[in-house]
Design a protein around this ligand. Structure first.
Ligand SMILES: Nc1ncnc2c1ncn2[C@@H]1O[C@H](COP(=O)(O)OP(=O)(O)O)[C@@H](O)[C@H]1O
Ligand SMILES: [Mg+2]
Length: 348
């Protein structure tokens, strides 16, 4: 049997570079090597593309670059793009599809997807437009408002507004009722997100968010369980059983996500059958409205039977213990099978 060659990209010029290494370690350790040949390329935080020649175990923040010394670049060609090795002009590595196992900016936001589309490359996940829209929370909210999806009331503010009229913003934010959440429009892993309890805390939170993006959302606080749902598919959609995260901290911030072990995870989510059905049906509607393909994880707040959309991730955390694969597993699709289905969807 001829193997399908998958170019796995990991790392990236992103705040979520380290998260990507963990996701890539999981994917590369379980992908079916009888069916797939792998070419692995790491993108450094500075943006260099390096061929990774180490074992899966060395895919750590400290070590991976020790095993990645050859600079590579994508080169378009009439028969599809190839990977060229800079130091060896004669060497071209061909592949059938790209699996971008990367999160956040320069990874999940349409930039990479645009480049791959331009070069005629097939890849796992959403296309350029859908990735870009889903990465930007202000844009996502605008589109979903038109589709009647319940969401937190919010103000989107630009860097120049924050700098020019901070007092007016503070006064305007009171309409939302405190506490409010402040978050960069395009970010992930809770980078730059703050819960703001009093108007006096607003400005520092805005400046913190500005470190990740020049557009910032000030959002009404929504009470409720954090419920996520995984979707897989292009035309025909598979919607998994929703899961729930109980951060057991002030909110689900970066520390809680990756460093402390206070959070507990529940699959299925501890919500009523009616709320479950609502979450799944909204998730499907949202996926289609935003033009998603391949996969996405849609996140909500659920309070009784009230379901409020929070955000969508087009390349959600993808380690074998991350919510997306876990929800799929609980719905009958094992982690190796999930990877196989994603590559198949990319090729189709
Ligand atoms: N409007 C809100 N009401 C209540 N909690 C929120 C709100 N927005 C965000 N949060 C909390 O902050 C966390 C991170 O925010 P989120 O919008 O999911 O950004 P990210 O893309 O960084 O994950 C959420 O998981 C939740 O705990
Ligand atoms: Mg989130």
């Amino acid at each position: 049997m001829n193997k399908v060659t998958v170019l796995c990209l990991f790392g990236g010029v992103s705040e979520e570079h380290e998260v990507s290494l963990t996701s890539a370690r999981s994917v590369l350790s379980v992908i079916d090597r009888d069916k797939y040949a792998i070419v692995a390329v790491g993108i450094t935080k500075e943006g260099r593309w390096l061929l990774y020649e180490g074992d899966v175990d060395h895919l750590t923040k400290e070590e991976w670059q020790l095993y990645a010394t050859k600079e590579v670049f994508l080169q378009p060609s009439v028969s599809g793009a190839v990977l060229k090795v800079a130091e060896d002009a004669g060497l071209s590595l061909s592949f059938d599809a790209v699996f971008p196992i990367m999160h956040g900016k320069n990874a999940e936001d349409g930039t990479l997807q645009g480049l791959l589309s331009l070069y005629g490359v097939k890849y796992v996940g959403c296309d350029c437009l859908s990735s870009a829209v889903c990465m930007d929370k202000a844009t996502t909210k605008m589109i979903l408002k038109n589709h009647g999806i319940p969401q937190a009331a919010a103000m989107a503010v630009e860097k120049r507004d924050i700098e020019a009229m901070p007092e007016r913003l503070t006064a305007a934010s009171e309409v939302l009722g405190y506490p409010v959440f402040v978050k960069p429009s395009a970010s992930g892993s809770s980078c730059g997100v703050s819960r703001v309890n009093t108007p006096a805390e607003l400005l520092p939170a805005l400046h913190k968010a500005l470190k990740s993006d020049r557009r910032v959302l000030i959002e009404e606080y929504i009470r409720g369980a954090e419920v996520e749902v995984a979707i897989l598919g292009n035309e025909e959609l598979f919607v998994a059983t929703p899961g729930e995260i109980a951060p057991n901290s002030e909110f689900y911030d970066y520390e809680t996500k990756y460093y402390t072990d206070t959070a507990t995870y529940h699959i299925p989510a501890r919500i009523s059958a009616t709320a479950t059905a609502k979450v799944q049906s909204y998730a499907k509607k949202i996926y289609r409205a935003l033009g998603c393909r391949g996969l996405a994880r849609v996140d909500f707040f659920v309070d009784g039977e009230r379901v409020v959309f929070n955000e969508i991730n087009t390349m959600p955390g993808f380690t074998s213990i991350s919510m997306y694969p876990k929800m799929m597993e609980a719905s009958g699709i094992s982690y190796p099978e999930l990877i196989d289905r994603l590559v198949t969807l990319a090729l189709s």
